[in-house]
Design a protein around this ligand. Structure first.
Ligand SMILES: NC(=O)c1ccc[n+]([C@@H]2O[C@H](COP(=O)([O-])OP(=O)(O)OC[C@H]3O[C@@H](n4cnc5c(N)ncnc54)[C@H](O)[C@@H]3O)[C@@H](O)[C@H]2O)c1
Length: 327
């Protein structure tokens, strides 16, 4: 796995490429029987600079998620990333997509946080900011080092339906570079109270859009990793609302998620490119707490898995790691 600083740059590359040099269909999948489960294919192509396609990156992630797994001692998500030669179609590598999913997702959140800290809608000093983590599973564990790296002295509050999981994460948290404290909260309201950044990553389930936006501070940046499990439509309607990839967002909405959400104000790629976003909302509701909030929903793109997988393959080849499979 590339080091954290490189992962943030890879995540930025992915977000900036989405509207330009990438090709990827919305996720498609089949539906296993367990409530909240999914099994999806996420093919992606990144076009490199070489005209003959030799610098392109090509591959697919196959991911299966079963929210009850942690109760059985298994990760909620298992995944494979398959990389394919871009001009011959030969298989290049098969990788554990679980770790890649956690690393690339937290890096995308990190790229957003880094940008908004640098100079978002309201530039702010990062030291010692309050951060709320909703959910204390694999994603939260992957996000903590990113938060410590970007927000030195971060004071984190974590909440999970399973209090033991939140306590375990809190116990590990203070050993992470840059994290000043990790405390557990009794509920979501307590966790988000006064937080400048909220990262939402609870398991999928039947009760969506659970959070009351009145609990959020003015100017909060809410990063939704768990689709609309916590973030309500009102947050998207009233504040600045960004997604990673608009086509995929619309496909998810057509599939019954994100009920009541408006069309996004823009993409993370546009934010990173420094485009002016959400001017209409700023003009109509200037000064209101609701309008000062930002919701960034990243649904996850196969392109991120292919880009991260390719970086891992390049490193593995340099270091002589991995196992060659017989032809
Ligand atoms: N956007 C992306 O790219 C992306 C990638 C991977 C996972 N995800 C999503 O992120 C979420 C977390 O994934 P994970 O791998 O960490 O799962 P996980 O099962 O390891 O962790 C989820 C945690 O949420 C807790 N939880 C469930 N409902 C809750 C609630 N109402 N309040 C507080 N805690 C609650 C569970 O007890 C569990 O500890 C899932 O919704 C998953 O679908 C998104």
């Amino acid at each position: 796995m590339p080091p954290l600083a490189e992962r943030l740059d890879l995540a930025e590359l992915v977000m900036r490429s989405l509207d330009r040099t990438a090709e990827l269909p919305p996720k498609f999948g089949v539906h296993p029987r367990q409530v909240g489960s999914l099994a999806q294919a996420m093919p992606a192509l990144l076009r490199g600079e070489a005209e003959d396609g030799s610098a392109d990156l090509l591959g697919v992630k196959w991911i299966a998620g079963f929210p009850d797994n942690p109760r059985r001692g298994l990760p909620a998500y298992h995944a494979l990333v398959l990389l394919t030669h871009p001009t011959s179609g030969e298989p290049l590598a098969v990788m554990d997509g679980g770790v890649i999913t956690a690393a690339r997702t937290s890096a995308v959140s990190g790229a957003v946080i880094r940008n908004l800290l640098r100079c978002g809608r309201a530039c702010q000093a990062s030291d010692g900011l309050r951060v709320a983590l909703l959910g204390a599973g694999a994603q939260a564990r992957a996000h903590l080092p990113v938060i410590g790296h970007l927000i030195p002295g971060a004071r984190v509050r974590v909440v999970d339906l399973d209090r033991g999981r939140a306590e375990a994460l809190a116990g590990e948290g203070t050993a992470i570079a840059g994290v000043a404290s990790v405390k557990t909260a009794a509920g979501v309201r307590e966790a988000v109270d006064g937080a400048t950044f909220v990262v939402s990553m609870v398991s999928f389930g039947p009760n969506r859009q659970a959070l009351d936006p009145a609990w959020l501070a003015p100017g909060v940046v809410f990063v939704a990793v768990d689709y609309d499990m916590e973030a309500p439509a009102a947050l998207a309607r009233d504040g600045l609302f960004l997604v990673d990839e608009a086509t995929q967002f619309r496909a998810a909405q057509d599939g019954g998620q994100f009920a009541g959400y408006p069309e996004p104000d823009g993409t993370i790629g546009q934010l990173l490119a420094g485009e002016e976003l959400g001017a209409r909302k700023d003009a109509t509701a200037s000064g209101s707490a609701a309008a000062s909030r930002t919701l960034v929903t990243h649904l996850g793109v196969g392109l991120a898995d292919v880009v991260f997988g390719s970086a891992i393959l390049a490193r593995a080849e340099q270091l002589g790691l991995g196992r060659l499979l017989p032809r």
